[in-house]
Write a protein that binds this ligand. Structure first.
Ligand code: SF4
Length: 357
């Protein structure tokens, strides 16, 4: 039987616990909320739809949860502990810094039923971490991840391509080291410049150039494919969009549909790769669910296809026929068909060579 989809009941604790300010960060602008009270947390749990409570994870994001004083952590976690005991919650997640994980912290989290910890790793290069004023090292990220895994907790990691001083190739190499540790989940947040941050000063002084949207989509796709090869689930690509956030972005690769852009990019490469293999393709048939990603955001992929095959048409496969997810059926000029399965493309295409040039 299919597993019920997990829902998240998110609470934002902007900057709570953070020992210093990272150069790129302003959680008030990203999340746009004040920290909740424990009563509000308890009330939100009580308000979950009857009969569906056990499908929800409570989550604390936007700060350094385990860097909070112990009493403050317990204050927030007690409503969760009670709800878990009563079967009114599935699990609890917190996000925190890698240098704020130790045996005592883990014992506390486990006592209160926290089962997932997300670590803001951001980069696996110490010089980059230093320039971003992160206040921890890559070795601390690996140590924290291993300690959490050894304790049986589910783990998530966050990476930020485009931090000052890190090339795309270095970002990818660092991700390889990190993902080889097999965290459960990955979030990819290409660096954007928010007004009022230290990074905004660097940018305005000409000391920092953010990634273009295209470069950010390229590295994100490369990281996503790397993660999937390591059986790590990518749960987010790009910042959660909002009107408030859009107003606060001074520069950089922010896009409200960034994840969809990355998906479209994947399809663009797959179709261009297929056209190189079979240049006499006249029509590509796709399953209906894949058409919009293949055409791309606002149809932008069409221009790329037209350059290689001006007469190419993309069509829905007639409903009577089935295609596996992600597959292409390519009709040739002579009427014959070629089939490209997604797994064949994945095995042969090397994203790091194409995307990190
Ligand atoms: S990135 Fe994380 S640790 Fe740094 S200031 Fe923001 S919330 Fe705090």
């Amino acid at each position: 039987m299919a597993q019920a989809k997990k829902h998240i009941l998110p609470f934002f604790i902007p900057h709570l616990g953070c020992p210093q300010q990272c150069v790129f960060c302003d959680q008030h602008k990203i999340a746009g909320q004040r920290p909740p009270t424990a009563e509000q947390v308890a009330q939100a749990i009580a308000d979950l739809p009857v009969g569906q409570q056990a499908d929800y994870d409570l989550a604390f994001y936007g700060g350094s949860f385990t860097a909070l004083p112990r009493e403050r952590q317990e204050y927030y976690l007690e409503p969760a502990r009670q709800a878990l005991a009563a079967g009114r919650l599935a699990g609890v997640r917190v996000s925190t810094r890698p240098d704020c994980i130790n045996a005592e912290v883990i014992e506390l989290l486990r006592y209160y039923g926290v089962d997932t910890v997300e670590l803001g790793v951001q980069s696996m290069h110490d010089l980059v971490l230093e320039r971003a004023r992160r206040g921890h090292t890559a070795a601390q990220s690996l140590a924290a991840l291993r300690q959490l895994q050894a304790a049986g907790l589910r783990t998530g990691v966050q990476l930020m391509p485009g931090l000052p001083g890190e090339s795309l190739a270095e970002c990818w190499q660092g991700a390889r080291r990190l993902l080889a540790e097999r965290p459960n989940m990955l979030r990819i947040y290409p660096t954007v410049v928010l007004r009022g941050t230290v990074l905004a000063q660097y940018y305005q002084q000409g000391e920092y150039l953010p990634l273009t949207l295209e470069a950010a989509a390229n590295i994100t796709l490369a990281l996503k494919m790397l993660a999937e090869d390591c059986a790590v689930v990518v749960i987010r690509m790009g910042l959660q969009p909002s009107d408030d956030l859009a107003e606060q972005v001074l520069a950089g690769p922010y896009h409200p549909a960034f994840g969809a852009l990355v998906q479209s990019l994947y399809w663009r490469h797959k179709i261009l790769w297929a056209l190189c293999l079979w240049p006499h393709t006249r029509t590509i048939y796709l399953a209906g669910r894949d058409i919009s990603a293949a055409v791309g955001h606002r149809g932008q992929n069409r221009a790329y296809y037209a350059r290689m095959a001006p007469e190419l048409a993309l069509k829905h496969l007639p409903t009577a026929q089935n295609l596996p997810p992600g597959a292409l059926l390519l009709r040739q000029a002579d009427g014959s068909d070629k089939l490209l399965l997604d797994e064949d493309f994945r095995q042969k295409w090397q994203p790091e060579k194409e995307l990190l040039k």
